[in-house]
Design a protein around this ligand. Sequence first.
Ligand SMILES: [Zn+2]
Length: 253
Amino acid sequence: MIASDIRSGVEQLGDMIAEAASIVPFTGAGISTECGIPDFRSPGGLWTRNRPIPFDEFVSSPDARDEAWRRRFAMEATFAAARPGRGHRALAALYRVGKIPGVITQNIDNLHQASGFAAEDVIELHGNTTYARCIGCGRAYDLPWVRQRFDTMGGAPDCTVCDEPIKTATISFGQAMPEDEMRRAAELAQHCDLFIAIGSSLVVWPAAGFPMMAKNSGAKLVIINNEPTEQDDIADLVIRHDIGETLGPFIGN
Ligand SMILES: [Zn+2]
């Protein structure tokens, strides 16, 4: 059912959180917009102005790699300045008291870790843009190093160990979903008693399958999103309000 107003939504959510022993949040771009991170998929967002560079193009074309890195450097001020918002902090509070075993996220901004989640308890379905990896051997590189090499060499650097290209640690279009993360996300979804989808339009598959998976495994499902989602019909509670305002009251938990 759809909460009639934010007050009743927060109240019902509070009851469900109190009753739940294991809560799994699933977060999308909407939780990070108040932190200044744009929703790349939104109308007018970066991806509607700049065609995303598919993985095979990144691998085969040095020009595409240079362009990908130039775009990433252009976003650095935004990512570097972003701090966890009220939604992140509320989830971190519930994590600290043991209610949340882990968070599943479509976001690449590292803000769950910054809010206090241990890195191993953040299941990143689309990777992480705050560091880089060699696509061959997987060696991790920090972004200042990549930038310095880029500026020195005038183009995207390759791995110092195996000479394969270095890419942000994100999952690009055309790249396989990360198997280990998909498996862990499914385990979390199947073993919680409350699943909260936050700030995701729930249209990108296979990620969007997790709310349904949780529901089918007996969990209650809450959807918090400004806009209607494709799965509102199967949710036990839908809160169509601002995420920071909806979750803010739970920071003190
Ligand atoms: Zn390598």
